[in-house]
Design a binder for this molecule. Structure first.
Ligand code: ASP
Length: 432
């Protein structure tokens, strides 16, 4: 989304600006306009501006079904050569799933401790009261779709995810005969990612409208507590990186954790600024091999797989955000909803594409799974870039941690390289 061709004309400074800067400006302008509308008693105008935000939300919701299905099929189908990669694949999947469950738990814990949505009364959850979720066992059984086409048409996300996993794995199992389908899905994936990029380029306008509506309608009462979500996520990401990844590297692999963190500085910073773990992949692969001495055979498999299915930061974000929305709308969540959030956030994070803002798209399915109002996405959208920076950085750190731990366990780690303080030089990064 970064502009390569310089635009000219009256709006050139705006049109040539990087998207993230546009979004920050839109966020600030939205708050300013909303506050003015609020102070001057023009809440109705804020309500009108909201339509632009609703349009943006419809655009991102439009992507949910194709995005989940195609990116998950590609993720599963990219586990090529199952026989050789089977053991590493199994270890990676176990590592990724376990750390993701930890991340959501940390997210739910911090969401409970920080109570980011408490005091932001966004109305009573009238729609919620009418709904009684079916028993948990029934929900589990319902994950298997009787008709995958109907599941897609109805936007039944868990069912789509289940079918996508089975479908992707089957592409693998048929070997060469499945190549045309694999190639087709890879091409389709590029198209869907481009579509996502186009939709996300409207984010500044959506963000402006949504923030103006929120600030105009709810005033500073709502805006200030958004700082609590940001704090909760950033603290959660740091805790997860230091204790979960640092702990695994130290106690499972018996390696120096400081060297690990030093060796992945570049991908962490690139991820933080680009908010795309897929975009950061070349830098991650280079850093893990050159700085940390991981053999190419491991890195070239676990890192792309991780960039597709391992999103601990995204999962943690979804856990915190779901609690935020529940608190803000005054919805009581029971144990079965907590379990559903853990399950859907894990699956949603697996299906999240490693592109900017994809976690926001997926948030709507986590909210839907427990019957929370989708307006919650609108509120989070206003600060999503700031949250995306932290979660993408954690996503990439998790991929690298898994790669180091597995490489060590497979005897594919060069200890001399690992223990030699060396940080990639600029030319390496440029080549990567
Ligand atoms: N931007 C994140 C990533 O690329 C995905 C997300 O939006 O959560 O890892």
């Amino acid at each position: 989304m970064e502009t390569t061709q310089r635009k000219t004309g009256f709006l050139a400074p705006w049109r040539n600006m990087l998207l993230w800067k546009q979004i920050v400006i839109a966020l600030v302008l939205g708050i300013a306009v909303g506050v003015v509308l609020n102070i001057t008693g023009n809440e109705a105008v804020a309500g009108t501006i909201k339509h632009i935000g609703t349009l943006f939300l419809s655009l991102i919701k439009m992507l949910i079904v194709p995005l989940i299905f195609v990116s998950l099929v590609c993720g599963m189908a990219s586990v090529s050569d199952m026989a050789r990669m089977g053991r590493i694949g199994l270890k990676s999947v176990v590592f990724y799933l376990c750390t993701t469950a930890f991340a959501i738990s940390i997210g739910l814990l911090l969401g409970t401790l920080f109570q980011p949505g408490v005091g932001i009364d966004l109305g009573t959850a009238a729609a919620m009261e009418a709904k009684t979720p079916p028993p948990f066992v029934e929900q589990l059984i319902a994950i298997v779709p009787k008709n995958p086409i109907a599941a897609a048409a109805d936007g039944k996300v868990l069912q789509i995810i289940f079918f996508a996993i089975m479908f992707g794995l089957s592409i693998n199992l048929v070997g060469d005969a499945g190549k045309p389908i694999r190639d087709f899905f890879e091409a389709l994936n590029s198209v869907i990612l481009k579509l996502t990029e186009i939709v996300i380029s409207f984010a500044p306008y959506g963000v402006f409208a949504l923030m103006a509506w929120v600030a105009g309608t709810y005033g500073m009462d709502l805006l200030l507590p958004l700082g609590t979500i940001i704090a909760a996520l950033y603290i959660g990401c740091i805790l997860h990186a230091v204790f979960v990844y640092g702990g695994l590297v130290t106690f499972v692999s018996r390696l120096n954790p400081l060297r690990f963190f030093q060796g992945i500085v570049e991908p962490q910073i690139v991820a933080f600024t680009s908010t795309s773990s897929s975009g950061t992949l070349p830098v991650t692969i280079t850093a893990v091999q050159k700085n940390l001495g991981v053999d190419r055979s491991v890195a070239s498999f676990t890192l792309p797989l991780g960039a597709t299915i391992n999103m601990d930061g995204t999962a943690m974000y979804q856990g915190i955000a779901a609690l935020f929305v529940a608190q803000a709308f005054g919805v009581e969540l029971g144990m079965s909803e907590y379990i559903t959030i853990i399950l859907t956030s894990t699956l949603a994070s697996i299906g999240t594409a490693g592109v900017p803002g994809a976690g926001l798209v997926m948030l709507s399915l986590v909210l839907t799974s427990v019957g929370l109002p989708l307006e919650g996405v609108a509120i989070i959208a206003g600060i999503d870039r700031i949250l995306d920076m932290a979660r993408t950085s954690l996503n990439v750190t998790g991929d690298a941690a898994c790669t180091v731990v597995i490489a060590k366990s497979e005897g594919q780690l060069d200890f001399d390289a690992y223990n030699t303080p060396h940080v990639l030089e600029a030319p390496d990064l440029l080549k990567a």
